[in-house]
Design a protein around this ligand. Structure first.
Ligand code: ATP
Ligand code: MG
Length: 180
């Protein structure tokens, strides 16, 4: 095996346990070690947590962060029409395709895209078109629970984070530095 051979991978982090976004952020740290440019797009949720925003800032100029979500969909204080969420998600997908085609980003991370898919903010066809935009040595990471079977089929690596225990079950609230 030639460990220097460049082969872009499609990686999927899914499942109901904690660690999907954390794993993707871990890849950012590794990629920065090679001075790779990274395009990180977050779908669905309106904002990144304070810790990762500040942390990613420390990785500038290598990590470029885009938040395309319009906030939580269908829950909490969501009073937006589904079309508003769809428009935001689709524009995010379009931007991601442009970034991918530029060939400037060896690592592209589409955080929560699986959730955008299962909420039907983006269609399977749109995501399949995005997969076609990958250049040969580009790595693409898609995170979020409920990855569809067809995406699992297409991926080179799929890891399912499975909840065995979570402090939330014991009534422990989200913790600084761990959850946000
Ligand atoms: P993280 O960002 O911590 O890696 P994640 O990306 O795997 O988590 P998401 O579905 O994106 O999980 O959920 C984000 C938030 O929900 C995080 O603050 C996380 O702590 C919390 N969370 C994730 N999994 C669970 C779970 N199984 N039970 C309760 N809360 C969870
Ligand atoms: Mg996540």
């Amino acid at each position: 095996m030639n460990s220097e051979k460049k082969q872009g991978l499609l990686l999927v982090y899914t499942g109901n346990g904690k660690g999907k976004t954390t794993a993707a952020l871990g890849l950012c740290v590794r990629a920065v070690g090679y001075k790779w440019r990274i395009c990180l797009v977050q779908f669905v949720k309106g904002s990144w947590k304070y810790g990762e925003l500040k942390g990613l800032k420390a990785l500038e100029p290598w990590v470029e962060l885009h938040v395309v979500g319009e906030g939580f969909v269908g829950i909490i204080d969501d009073d937006k029409d589904i079309e508003v969420h769809q428009k935001a998600a689709r524009e995010g997908l379009k931007m991601a395709v442009e970034k991918m085609r530029s060939g400037d980003y060896p690592l592209v991370i589409l955080d929560e895209l699986n959730v955008a898919l299962s909420l039907k903010l983006v269609s399977r066809e749109q995501v399949e078109a995005l997969l076609e935009a990958r250049t040969e040595d580009q790595n693409l990471v898609i995170t979020g629970r409920d990855a569809p079977d067809w995406l699992i089929e297409r991926a080179d690596l799929v890891t399912e984070m499975k909840e065995i225990k979570h402090p939330f079950q014991a009534g422990i609230e989200a913790q600084k530095g761990i959850d946000w």
